[in-house]
Design a protein around this ligand. Structure first.
Ligand code: SIN
Length: 339
């Protein structure tokens, strides 16, 4: 066996001086430039549309720009959570985030359009609106705040879950529901006499488990991947709203990229989003079925009359926010229901 000679104090000292000099001068022996790191932080699990999209983006960028760019993905609020990810983006502590559209209220009121209850009939309508001129303009709605919208990503339609059957609006009265930080969603729950509680996504499971709150609203994929169904007795298949994302970066970071690299990164993102969107549709069905198969929760299926009662109770929220969102924008979104 070959035993390496122990380094003498003198040789270590010489090496130490040399590497210190190299650091000061900004180079190291034989080293090539470090890849630029793009940190992508998100709050959901990896087995979700957003989690998979992020990993695909990493794979594409690193295979197309090998050694030049590296993407580090931080799921499950590991790096930043709901309360600080956008601020961290503006400080360049992270370069890419994809919050739900309900989490931008501090930066623009326009995106509140997505939170209006019973606005979109299905995900096709959501997609048509996002791809329309009005929807694409919303990507620039936070440019004055230094945020660049790079695209939308689907998750799906929201369902209510609770510890009692929510068949009619009155069933929610007096119950506490965790909501995302959106005044529209708060108004939606207040419209049925419920108590909305704004809390980060990372706290929802514990709040439900300890019964600090009675219910929440989310997509099938989030309810499944975060096991909310294990700590709730009922899920009402309400499809009353949408939970989608906007991929955002900071203007400072985006502009710092050379144009050709920026194009490759954007192209990689578009392709990763296409995969995420395909998975979102599949997962909505698959995760719904997995939840039902678990038999840990009872499904409440609304009759047309019951559904209409929820619509009637919540629809007045639209006019409450019309001035802030803009009547034209609400109409543009509504018109996406007609193909
Ligand atoms: C997410 O899907 O990013 C989280 C949604 C939530 O906060 O409920």
């Amino acid at each position: 066996m070959k035993v390496s000679k122990p380094a003498t104090l003198q040789s270590l000292f010489t090496l130490g001086k040399a590497s210190l000099l190299a650091t000061v001068l900004g180079f190291s022996f034989g080293a090539v430039a470090e890849p630029v790191e793009i940190k992508f932080s998100h709050v959901v699990a990896e087995n979700t549309p957003k989690g998979q999209m992020a990993l695909k983006f990493k794979e594409l960028v690193e295979s197309r720009l090998p050694g030049e760019y590296k993407v580090s993905v931080f799921p499950n609020s590991q790096l930043f959570g709901d309360n600080n990810e956008l601020a961290a983006l503006l400080l360049n502590d992270v370069q890419l985030v994809a919050p739900s559209l309900s989490k931008f209220e501090r930066y623009t009121k326009k995106l509140q359009v997505f939170d209006l209850p019973f606005l979109f009939e299905d995900m096709d309508a959501v997609d048509r609106f996002q791809q329309s001129e009005a929807g694409q303009q919303l990507l620039n709605s936070m440019s004055r705040k230094g945020l660049v919208g790079l695209g939308y990503l689907h998750n799906g339609m929201k369902q209510f879950s609770a510890n009692n059957a929510l068949s009619l609006p009155g069933d929610a009265a007096g119950k506490k529901f965790r909501i995302m930080p959106s005044d529209v969603i708060a108004a939606q729950f207040e419209a049925v006499g419920a108590i909305p509680v704004k809390k980060p996504f990372s706290e929802v499971f514990t709040l439900l488990q300890t019964r600090a709150i009675d219910g929440q609203e989310n997509t099938w994929s989030n309810i499944y991947s975060k096991k909310f169904y294990e700590v709730q007795t009922h899920i009402t298949e309400s499809n009353h709203g949408v939970l989608d994302y906007m991929l955002v970066t900071s203007e400072t970071f985006w502009k710092s990229l050379p144009k050709d690299k920026r194009e490759i990164i954007k192209q990689s993102m578009d392709e990763a989003v296409a995969l995420g969107n395909k998975l979102a549709l599949e997962k909505a069905n698959e995760d719904r079925q997995l939840i039902l198969d678990s038999k840990r929760v009872e499904l409440v299926t609304l009759t047309p009359e019951q559904r209409q009662a929820w619509v009637n109770a919540m629809r007045p929220v639209w006019s409450q926010f019309e001035d802030k969102i803009g009547k034209d924008l609400i109409e543009a979104a509504e018109s996406a229901n007609k193909p």
